[in-house]
Design a protein around this ligand. Sequence first.
Ligand code: 5RP
Length: 218
Amino acid sequence: MNQDKLKQEAAEAALEYIQVGDIVGVGTGSTANFFIDGLAKIKGKIDGAVASSDASAKRIKSHGIEVLDINSVGRLPIYVDGADESTKNRHLIKGGGGALTREKIVAQASEKFICIADQSKLVDRLGTFPLPIEVIPMAQSLVSRSIVKMGGQPELRSGFITDNGNTIIDVRNMDIDNPIETEKLINQIPGVVTVGIFAIRPADVLLLSAEQGLQVIK
Ligand code: 5RP
């Protein structure tokens, strides 16, 4: 089975968690796109969606699903999104697609965060995938110097501007022994908008698809 088919299987498994009348938080990326396309088939069951990026909002709307402003939504029962890496503790690296800040806002606001991925995303330890950090442009150098002091190798994501008008620094070789502590430390550097470690608010359920079937990690 190819990787896209595996992504689609994980995405479709997440549809089972949606209840009648839910407003659904929706992530960003190729796996989330399969989820959005699946959501279209059950759109009569839901009351709308909250999107974590302009790209996802556009795709959701193209299926005739209403996109709601998160500030006007009282309760967000569920958020479904992919990841670049996940451990068995459901700590994640996200932001490969650059939507990490809005993704973290929607994840934090949701009662249940379901992460959908193919098995290649499961790792023993976070950090092989370069760690994305969204930064306010005037703080790029300051943040990069701070990251070097922490042992990482920062690189500006060339030609990329986030939906919030900021830049992304991708960090290689970062020692992420303790994901919660590293998330807190990097978030404290002035100019950092969000670091792509999702550990303080991890996923609640990880749906991992593999050739052998679907693995559910809670
Ligand atoms: C976007 C993300 C994505 O969830 C992550 O990059 C995984 O993407 P894909 O499903 O395409 O592998 O964090 O900011």
